[in-house]
Write a protein that binds this ligand. Structure first.
Ligand code: SF4
Length: 468
């Protein structure tokens, strides 16, 4: 059974053994949380804003077909073409077809999680279209033949030395660790791409049903160049990205950047409604919007609809003590961290990703920072329940938990269990800690010390009058 495949455990072991990775991710995520907390504190009653965003998103999802229909009509009325893709492969086929029909050969691409999901870059390159990532982080990932490890900060796992080495090796520039010099190298390289590209591919942070507007947030201006310079602009947009009205953006833009990067607003917020009109000074001749399902409809139809409220801010990743120690690659999924632990089993393969909902201490930090108030720990617990129902959990674990439940439900068995635990762990006790348990307990102590069961329980101490 796939649950027993140890890919996640192997990935976690490798990540925990990688000091550079842990240092880079821990420090960057910690810094993000600090600036984000300060940015949110500067807004009066940020929590109420989260209530509003959660309500708008939930309302949109509860009336998804209505808003999808409205969005399709308004995009078409503005001169755009709408395509609907049921699967990732279908989305890629549509975009490759658009490229072929228009004889396009050089694609500038804005960072987009939907395109990561479908593996669009590989599909376009296989069809002979050269694709260049234009977000600096994604550009570095591409340059270094790597994978993104965070929804918002794709190179959170890299340090300056790694980036400098990739630039020197791949671009043939002089080795430097100076961020500004490295950025200038990337800028020069990408300017030429922007001048020559004939296809621009983006996602959308939000899609406004009432006006058919795509809202794209970037910090480097690459979004604007990608969506205005080429002849053809294709936006791959998950169907959950809809919001009803332009006015709704006001509240979403206020929470997105603050939750994500700790900025009051992203530096460039582009609103794109239709292709270039005759009087426009720039813009693409064609605008194609590809609406992506790829598992979203199935989530929408079930009890986990609230997960689709996610606006991909990445805050839950930064806050998560598990993500901060193992980084994003360990999850082996486009969406890592707490939101990835929900989306991977729900959208992709419930069995293959069965370990992910277990990879949480349920501390609740992800729920506290989520700008659309997704109750991530609650969904994780429900997914664990589903794993038991669908027999994804191995029988040994199910029997173990059943025994534990019996033991905890009677005072007598509970006390006996306490005594037994003290006895069986005694040979491995080192002071107050268990450092190296054998057999099935070995995984528990491989990367951390576990407190030894107390020699006497609180109840015993209380009885003896040793506590007040
Ligand atoms: S689940 Fe919430 S916190 Fe996590 S990425 Fe989505 S919106 Fe952000």
């Amino acid at each position: 059974m796939s649950y027993l495949r140890r890919w996640f455990a192997t990935n976690v072991d490798a990540a925990l053994a990688d000091e550079a990775l842990r240092a880079a991710v821990g420090s960057a995520a910690g810094q993000k949380i600090l600036v984000s907390t300060a940015a949110k504190a500067a807004v009066t009653d940020f929590d109420s804003l989260r209530d509003v965003t959660a309500r708008i998103k939930q309302h949109t999802l509860d009336h998804l077909d209505h808003y999808l229909g409205q969005f399709i009509e308004t995009v078409q009325a503005c001169g755009g073409v709408v395509h609907q893709a049921a699967t990732a492969a279908e989305a890629n086929e549509i975009i490759v077809r658009i490229a072929r029909e228009n004889g396009l050969s050089l694609c500038a691409k804005v960072k987009s999680m939907a395109t990561e999901e479908t593996g669009l870059t590989h599909a376009l390159e296989a069809a002979g279209v050269r694709v260049l990532e234009t977000d600096l982080g994604e550009f570095i990932v591409q340059l270094d033949h790597d994978r993104p490890s965070h929804i918002v900060t794709p190179i959170i796992h890299k340090n300056r030395r790694m980036v400098a080495a990739a630039f020197a090796r791949e671009l043939g520039v002089e080795y430097t660790e100076d961020p500004q010099a490295l950025t200038m190298h990337a800028r020069r390289y990408l300017r030429d791409v922007f001048r020559r590209c004939d296809l621009g591919v983006s996602g959308a942070n939000f899609a406004v049903a009432e006006t058919g507007t795509l809202c794209i947030c970037t910090n480097e201006g690459n979004g604007r160049l990608t969506t205005t310079r080429p002849r053809v602009h294709v936006a791959l947009v998950g169907i959950e990205k809809l919001v009803p009205r332009p006015a709704d953006l006001a509240v979403f833009l206020k929470v997105l950047a603050r939750s994500s990067t700790g900025q009051p607003i992203t530096v460039y917020t582009s609103l794109i409604t239709g292709p270039r009109r005759p009087a426009d000074p720039d813009g693409p001749e064609q605008l194609h919007v590809v609406l992506l399902d790829a598992g979203r409809r199935a989530i929408h139809a079930g009890e986990y609809r609230e997960v689709l409220r996610c606006i991909r801010c990445g805050a839950c990743l930064n806050a998560c003590p598990v993500f901060r120690r193992i980084g994003g690659h360990a999850y082996d999924n486009v969406y890592p961290g707490p939101i990835g632990s929900l989306l991977a089993p729900l959208m992709n393969n419930f069995e293959r990703y069965a370990d992910l909902p277990q990879a949480s201490s349920l501390c609740g930090l992800c729920r506290d920072v989520c700008p659309v108030k997704i109750d991530i720990p609650d969904v994780l617990v429900r997914l664990r329940r589903d794993q038991v129902k669908r027999s994804v959990v191995p029988w040994s674990r199910r029997v173990g938990f059943r025994l534990m439940s019996r033991m905890l439900s009677s005072t007598w068995t509970y006390r006996m269990g306490q005594g037994l635990l003290r006895l069986v762990t005694w040979p491995w006790a080192d002071g107050r800690w268990l450092r190296h348990l054998p057999g099935p307990g070995a995984r528990l102590t491989r990367h951390r010390d576990v407190p030894r069961p107390a020699p006497r329980s609180f109840r015993e101490l209380w009885k003896r009058g040793e506590v007040e």
